[in-house]
Write a protein that binds this ligand. Structure first.
Ligand SMILES: Nc1nc2c(c(=O)[nH]1)N[C@H]1C(S)=C(S)[C@@H](COP(=O)(O)O)O[C@H]1N2
Ligand SMILES: [Mo]
Length: 545
């Protein structure tokens, strides 16, 4: 009856109808993309988890992320920055998929071309990853093929539903002459429509189950957890000296002296943790050396092992931030290895490279100046956790992680700063990432309410390679007072401190500053992490009641 109504009424109905059709078309695109991703994940069971399109595109996106954005992400989302990136990529993909669905309604080839284009992006991203082989293209290629197939299936089912409906309505498959209202009441009971909805729902559910399942299987299959559990770290030939008495004042809320591996901060660019089998791992020492060396993991464990306590921190750590941790490491001596290879004159940079292509440059002079620099295989009494570089990583005291602490290391290249530029240096960070003297207040927490009277202020201070000589605290704008220093373990670990404060009611600002063994206190001048590490004095405001 509405068919007989006048123009204005009809156009009011036609608009939502057109929107509904657009929405359905877009949904088809999204479903096709879901099928593509699921198929990609299935192929990645065989080609490796990192070759799946989402992870490959994610890894490429990480490498394209500007340094300030990375600092922002690390500061605001911490260890969730990667989930955020994956979510962003899925959102972008969904956008393109919606367009592909709408395009496919105009002409199937156009929609298919969009999916193929996205597959090509996946191939390009996968093939530019350092660990990739030719097979890394397969998840994206076969995924795109599956996506196009799914789009075909869905658009066919959709068109079939519409034609059948139009036929049963006794009209030509041209919808411009009647309103969508009758259409939708009729369509609800139409068998073609039911078949279409079933196809769409089946694809959606199937893609979700298969995609997530395949991701889990791929991750399980590549996991080196069992191989890691089988590693036996030999007793170190050079054990660490016994921990001095009193390295840790027993104050509730103060960081433990050694940071548990489970809570040790993690910063890296790896979306999928590299799973490196110790039996196929090798370490190459080459470049400006007289005798290039190649070691297996067994060779490495046969070298005399050193045990040494080192605090590691990240250049992205803001003042008072969490990206610092202290561990007892066991590893082969990096300077001994370099001396065995015979470093040539003129070389000034050690460029470490990891299996997934991270490059980390450290001044050779510092590595060879007598400090305990390690190719570490153990962290706090167990083989390196996978997230912290299993089976081997570099640890050089005195520098930020980006400039000294290559995880999953597989290559040591002796070169010059002029000839080779490391990953984060290409992105604007300082060529030499010397760790600044830093200090942090652990207790009381910012904005804590504490009772008037004696309050213990406590925290950590570090300047690895240079040791901490002094820590001072001040309340509001009062005079700087020396804190009580805990024992110093070695030159390369943080030092803990306490300060007895007689708190008076009101709001107070507590500040801390530390001096390294040169006697120089850290600067008050505030600086951002980029390019060479944050500076400034931490200030914690508390309310005393
Ligand atoms: N292979 C690899 N090694 C890496 C990184 C990385 O992204 N990839 N990040 C570096 C940075 S920036 C830091 S701060 C330290 C962090 O080490 P952790 O995760 O064990 O704390 O690892 C360094 N080594
Ligand atoms: Mo870092």
């Amino acid at each position: 009856m509405r068919d007989s109504q006048t123009g204005p009424r009809r156009s009011r109905d036609a608009k939502p109808a057109r929107l509904a059709r657009l929405g359905t078309a877009a949904l088809l695109g999204a479903l096709a993309a879901a099928a593509a991703l699921a198929a990609g994940q299935v192929v990645a069971i065989f080609t490796g988890a990192s070759s799946a399109p989402v992870y490959a595109v994610g890894a490429a996106a990480v490498n394209l992320t500007p340094a300030p954005l990375k600092d922002y992400a690390v500061a605001h989302f911490g260890v969730h920055d990667k989930q955020l990136l994956i979510a962003g990529i899925l959102a972008a993909l969904t956008g393109i998929a919606l367009l592909a669905g709408i395009a496919a309604m105009r002409g199937f080839a156009l929609g298919a071309a969009l999916i193929a284009l996205f597959g090509a992006v996946g191939v390009a991203a996968a093939e530019t990853q350092p660990q990739s082989g030719p097979s890394w293209a397969l998840p994206s290629v076969l995924g795109a093929a599956a996506g196009i197939g799914a789009l075909r299936l869905l658009t066919r089912a959709y068109h079939a539903a519409r034609t059948q409906l139009d036929r049963s309505a006794g009209i030509q498959p041209d919808h411009s002459t009647r309103t969508e209202h009758d259409h939708s009441t009729r369509i609800r009971h139409d068998p073609g429509r039911r078949r279409f909805v079933a196809t769409a729902a089946g694809l959606a559910a199937g893609s979700a189950v298969v995609g997530v399942g395949a991701d889990l299987i791929a991750t399980r299959r590549s996991s080196v957890a069992a191989a890691r559990a089988a590693v036996r770290i030999p007793r170190p030939a050079y054990p660490a000296a016994p921990l001095p008495y009193g390295v840790h004042p027993n104050v509730a809320g103060l960081s433990p002296f050694f940071t548990d591996n489970e809570v040790f901060y993690r910063v890296d660019t790896a979306l999928v943790l590299p799973q490196v089998r110790p039996d196929s791992w090798t370490l190459r020492v080459h470049g400006m050396v007289d005798r290039p060396i190649e070691l297996s993991f067994a060779d490495l464990l046969h070298l005399p092992l050193h045990e040494h306590d080192v605090t590691v921190s990240c250049v992205s750590d803001p003042v008072g931030g969490p990206y610092v941790g202290n561990a007892r490491w066991i590893g082969a001596s990096l300077p001994d290895l370099l001396r065995a290879a015979g470093v040539r004159r003129g070389a000034d940079q050690l460029l470490a490279r990891s299996v997934e292509g991270m490059t980390i440059g450290t001044p050779l002079g510092s590595v060879l100046d007598g400090r305990e620099a390690l190719i570490a295989v153990a962290m706090n009494g167990e083989p390196l956790p996978v997230a912290h570089g299993f089976p081997a990583r570099v640890v050089v005291p005195g520098f930020y992680g980006y400039a000294s602490a290559c995880k999953w290391v597989t290559d040591l290249y002796v070169t010059t700063f002029a000839a080779s530029t490391a990953y984060w240096v290409q992105r604007g960070y300082a060529r030499v990432g010397t760790m600044k003297t830093q200090s942090r207040i652990d207790v009381p927490k910012p904005f804590a309410r504490v009772a008037a009277g004696p309050v213990t202020v406590a925290g950590i201070a570090w300047a690895t390679g240079r040791a901490i000589q002094d820590v001072q605290v001040r309340v509001d704008q009062g005079p700087w007072q020396s804190a009580r220093l805990a024992a110093q373990d070695g030159p390369d670990t943080w030092r803990q401190w306490t300060y007895d404060w007689h708190a008076t009611p009101g709001s107070h600002g507590l500040q801390v500053r530390a001096a390294d063994s040169s006697g120089r206190f850290q600067t008050e001048a505030r600086a951002d992490p980029l390019p060479d590490g944050a500076s400034g004095w931490e200030r914690v405001v508390v309310t005393v009641v």
